[in-house]
Design a protein around this ligand. Structure first.
Ligand code: G3I
Length: 375
């Protein structure tokens, strides 16, 4: 991989900065993803509580410099924002809105209806009318509060099985198969000024993609607003399904909606049985074989990951008229969920910035794709 002129310049600057023991200068001297892709698509990152409360200075500097969109990794999920029947906890979400406004960053709120991270009182619910009341109150109360303050919502997250059928969640059991359409209907009424998306993992895969397309068409046929679909993008660096991704961009955009890559990370670690899934309930035990890079990421693997990210961004640029946002699921390797899933206590390297918030080879390869993209 040819070391680009900018790469050499930044390296020199970083060397200078490190000789001077000044850590900060590196952030200012490296190119900015949001600037470089500003005419193509939004560039975002999932951010955690520390970053929302601006208690992680190195990460916050990168967030302000690199990203023009953020997704709250956990704080707007029902378990945290709606802990009991009549109690809503808006403190962190309000801080997020203030942080984003100060930094001119768009918020993709995540997520109104999801089978996971539900509040305890809701998980115990058996009565269908109670589930319905929860469903209506939750969507209406939370979405109305942030109407126009958040740019968009993942209204429903991960409602499908791998074969494209509806996941057997409490919402399907108690509200029936139209609950997804009803979620979007309630959201469009509560938040007319925010965009509404369906979000899921593996929907680039043909069977699950067909299920997602059927779901989106059902919402559209009901005359209810849906503005886009989010393909999460939790992939392995050596198994990125490029052909399926390209086909999914074509098929989803043909529905007249935005296509987004909403939770991108390229894991470099093996997984038990190596099934591609992001279902957080599937966990397993650690071993050296499963945690081979505790002393740093070998250059050879870092380069392969960089090429995989380059191929992905090359594809995103090819379809930039159909793709509205690319969001990484985290800011830097150190706080990625992939250090703790599906095996706790591992050392993974899935993102563009390392544990010192320094750009990795993948960062420069991604930037180079923009330079190579002529128009
Ligand atoms: O906040 C508590 C802390 O108080 C407690 O001490 C600690 C002990 O376990 O848990 C902390 O909560 C954890 C939370 O992350 C905040 O760190 C939860 O246990 C943990 O389950 C939760 O994991 C999140 C996971 O969703 C839960 O489903 C990950 O951070 C988050 O990255 C992940 O994100 C999902 C997307 O929402 C949807 N798509 C897949 C993606 C990855 O699973």
């Amino acid at each position: 991989m040819a070391k680009t002129y900018t790469h050499i310049l930044s390296l020199a600057a970083i060397l200078l900065a490190s000789c001077a023991g000044i850590r900060t200068s590196s952030a200012q001297t490296i190119p900015s993803l949001k600037e470089i892709f500003k005419n193509d698509f939004l560039i975002g990152a999932a951010i955690n509580t520390m970053q929302i409360e601006e208690k992680d200075s190195a990460a916050n500097r990168l967030i302000e410099q690199q990203f023009n969109a953020v997704t709250p990794e956990n704080i707007m999920k029902a378990q945290i924002i709606h802990p009991s029947w009549n109690t809503y906890n808006f403190e962190l979400a309000d801080k997020l809105v203030a942080f984003a406004a100060r930094n001119n960053i768009k918020i993709n709120a995540h997520t109104l209806i999801w089978h996971s991270q539900l509040p305890i009182f809701m998980r115990k619910m058996q009565n269908a009318d109670s589930v319905k009341e929860y469903f209506q109150n939750h969507i209406t109360t939370v979405a109305a509060r942030y109407d126009g303050k958040v740019y968009s919502w993942d209204v429903v997250n991960e409602a499908l099985n791998e074969d494209g059928s509806l996941r057997n969640s409490v919402f399907l059991q108690k509200l029936g198969p139209d609950y997804v359409v009803e979620a979007f209907r309630l959201a469009q009424k509560a938040t007319p000024h925010s965009k509404l998306y369906y979000n899921d993992y593996n929907i680039e895969q043909p069977q699950k993609r067909a299920g997602a397309i059927a779901l989106i068409k059902k919402i559209q046929a009901a005359g209810v607003r849906i503005d886009g679909v989010g393909i999460q993008g939790h992939w392995k660096y050596d198994k990125v399904p490029m052909a399926d991704i390209e086909e999914s961009i074509k098929e989803f955009s043909a529905l007249g909606i935005e296509v987004m890559f909403t939770e991108v990370d390229l894991s470099v670690l093996p997984n038990p049985g190596d099934k591609q899934t992001a279902d957080v309930s599937a966990t397993s035990q650690s071993s050296n074989e499963m945690n081979p890079y505790t002393n740093g990421l070998p250059d050879s693997v870092a380069q392969k990951q960089a090429s995989a990210y380059a191929d992905l961004f090359n594809l995103f640029l090819k379809y930039k008229d159909k793709i509205s946002r690319v969001t990484f699921w985290g800011v830097a390797d150190g706080e990625s969920w992939l250090n703790g899933w599906p095996i706790r206590g591992r050392t993974n390297y899935p993102l563009l910035f390392d544990r010192n918030f320094q750009p990795k080879p993948a960062f420069y390869e991604v930037i180079d794709q923009r330079k190579n993209d002529k128009d």
